[in-house]
Design a protein around this ligand. Structure first.
Ligand code: CO
Length: 443
C-alpha cells in the first residue's frame, strides 16, 4: 500500500474519533478550540480589545458554536487565506418543555433541525448533547453536556400495524419522531438527568440547547476498508481535515484563517452563522490590531481567497440518473470542485483554476460536481460569505453518500487529500494584477 494511502487511513481514524467526541455544534467548536490551544493558539474575546502581534496565533469563538482561528505572519502580509466549514448537522432539537407523557411512557418533545433524512433515525440508540444554561449568584453560565450513553430510541410502528411501512411513508415529526425516554413510573426527569450529567443542580437550570445524536461510532467499511461510515461527516470531515492542514502550514506572507460556523443547516442567519458579522468584524479587528486601517483591509481582501468546504454528493450506484452525466464525483476521487450557474456555489473558472493548481502542487486528485440540470441540489456557505466579504471564493467538498442521514458514507482517503490541499493553500499567498490575473506563491 503506498504511503499516502496509509496516512489516509490514519487521518480517517483521527477524524472518526473527533466526530465521536463532537455530537453537536458546541462540542465540535470546543474540540477544535482544544486542538488549537494544544498548538499554542491564544484565545481572544470579542468583548475585549485585541492585543495581537505579528507572529501570533489566535482564535475567537462566538456562542461557543462558531470559531475563527488565525495566524499572523512576522512580516507584512498580502492577504487572507481562509477555509470555512460548518460545525452543525441535521438533527432534532429538544423543545423547551421537553417531556411528553402518555400511555405509561415519557417521550421527548423534539422539532427538526435542518434537512434531515428521517427514516434512518428510527430503531437505533440515540442520546442528547449540547449546552445547559445554569443560574449563578448574579447571572447565567453555559455548560456543555453530552449524555454519553445509549439513552433514547425512536421505535418504528410494527409492520403488522402498518402494512404500508415499505411502500413509502410520510413521517410527521410531532407524531413519529419523538424518542422514547422512560417509563412514566420512574421519577427521573430528562432535565434532571441532563443536569446530573453536567454536574449542576436541576433547580438552577434556566435553559438548554440540546439535540439528539446517533450513538453509532464511525467505522471503516468495504473490501479494503476504503469507505468510512459515521454520523456528521457533513461537515466535520471538511472541518477536521482543513484544521489539520491549517495547523501544519507555515506562511510568511498571508494571514491564515480557519473558520467553522454554526447554523449552516438552517440558512446561516443567526448571531454566529456565516451570514453574521463574525467573519467581517474579525477581519477588521485583525488588520486594526496590527496597525492597519480600512484601506489596508480593502487591499488585503482584494488579494485574498476563501475556500468554502462542505461535503458533496458522490454518484449513488443505485441512482446514477440523479447525477450529471460527467460531473459526478466518486468517493476517494479527491477534492470535489462544486459549480452552479445559479451561484449557489461561488466557484468560477478562475477560483476553480486556483484549486486545481493547489491540488497539483499537493499531488492530490480533484474532480468536479455540477447538479444534474433537472435536480435542484443544495446550498452552502460560500455565497452567504460573499455577501459579507468578497475575496476570490470557491466551493469545494469531499464526496459522500446519504448526506443528512444520521449515518453517512464517505471515502477513507479523501480527508487526507483535503489535509494536503489545505496545507498547500495555507502555505501559499495570492497576488493579483490589474486584470485579476493571479499568482499563487508558495511562501
Ligand atoms: Co454541509
Amino acid at each position: 500500500m503506498p504511503e499516502k494511502e496509509n496516512t489516509g487511513r490514519e487521518s480517517a481514524r483521527k477524524l472518526l474519533d473527533f466526530i465521536q467526541k463532537s455530537p453537536d455544534s458546541f462540542h465540535a467548536a470546543e474540540n477544535a478550540a482544544e486542538m488549537l490551544r494544544k498548538h499554542g493558539f491564544a484565545r481572544l474575546r470579542e468583548d475585549r480589545p485585541w492585543e495581537i502581534s505579528p507572529g501570533g496565533d489566535y482564535y475567537v469563538m462566538r456562542n461557543g458554536s462558531s470559531l475563527i482561528a488565525f495566524s499572523i505572519p512576522e512580516q507584512s502580509f498580502s492577504g487572507f487565506q481562509i477555509i470555512c466549514s460548518h460545525t452543525d448537522s441535521p438533527s432534532f432539537k429538544i423543545k423547551a418543555v421537553p417531556e411528553l407523557q402518555g400511555n405509561g411512557y415519557i417521550r421527548l418533545n423534539v422539532e427538526k433541525y435542518g434537512g434531515a433524512i428521517l427514516a434512518p433515525w428510527f430503531d437505533r440508540p440515540l442520546s442528547a448533547a449540547g449546552r445547559l444554561l445554569v443560574r449563578t449568584p448574579n447571572g447565567v453560565n453555559s455548560v456543555l453536556v453530552n449524555i454519553d450513553r445509549d439513552l433514547l430510541i425512536i421505535p418504528s410502528l410494527a409492520i403488522h400495524l402498518n402494512r404500508e411501512a415499505n411502500d413509502g411513508y410520510k413521517y410527521r415529526i410531532q407524531k413519529d419522531l419523538c424518542p422514547l425516554y422512560a417509563e412514566a413510573a420512574q421519577g427521573r426527569t430528562f432535565l434532571s438527568l441532563a443536569a446530573g450529567e453536567a454536574g449542576v443542580r436541576e433547580e438552577d437550570l434556566l435553559g438548554a440547547d440540546l439535540c439528539l445524536y446517533n450513538r453509532q461510532k464511525g467505522t471503516f467499511l468495504g473490501a479494503e476498508g476504503e469507505f468510512i461510515a459515521s454520523p456528521r461527516l457533513d461537515d466535520l470531515q471538511c472541518l477536521f481535515s482543513s484544521l489539520q492542514g491549517f495547523l501544519r502550514a507555515e506562511n510568511s506572507r498571508s494571514i491564515r484563517m480557519f473558520c467553522a460556523f454554526d447554523n449552516e443547516e438552517v440558512g446561516s442567519r443567526s448571531r454566529q452563522g456565516a451570514a453574521s458579522t463574525f467573519l467581517p468584524y474579525t477581519l477588521e479587528r485583525i488588520v486594526r490590531g496590527i496597525g492597519g486601517g480600512r484601506e489596508k483591509l480593502m487591499t488585503a481582501l482584494a488579494s485574498s481567497f476563501i475556500i468554502s468546504a462542505d461535503n458533496a454528493h458522490a454518484v449513488h450506484p443505485a441512482y446514477p440518473e440523479k447525477s450529471d452525466a460527467e460531473n459526478r464525483p466518486r468517493m476517494n476521487g479527491g477534492i470535489v470542485i462544486k459549480y452552479n450557474a445559479g451561484q449557489k456555489y461561488t466557484t468560477d473558472a478562475r477560483s476553480a483554476a486556483v484549486v486545481k493548481l493547489l491540488c497539483e502542487r499537493a499531488e492530490v486528485p480533484w474532480q468536479t460536481y455540477v447538479n444534474h440540470s433537472d435536480v435542484a441540489g443544495g446550498s452552502t456557505l460560500g455565497n452567504i460569505l460573499n455577501a459579507q466579504v468578497s475575496p476570490y471564493t470557491v466551493d469545494i467538498g469531499l464526496a459522500q453518500l446519504a448526506m443528512h442521514s444520521p449515518c453517512e458514507t464517505a471515502g477513507a482517503r479523501d480527508g487526507r487529500y483535503l489535509e494536503l490541499m489545505a496545507e498547500e493553500f495555507y502555505s501559499s499567498y495570492l497576488l493579483a494584477d490589474e486584470n485579476e490575473n493571479l499568482t499563487l506563491v508558495r511562501a
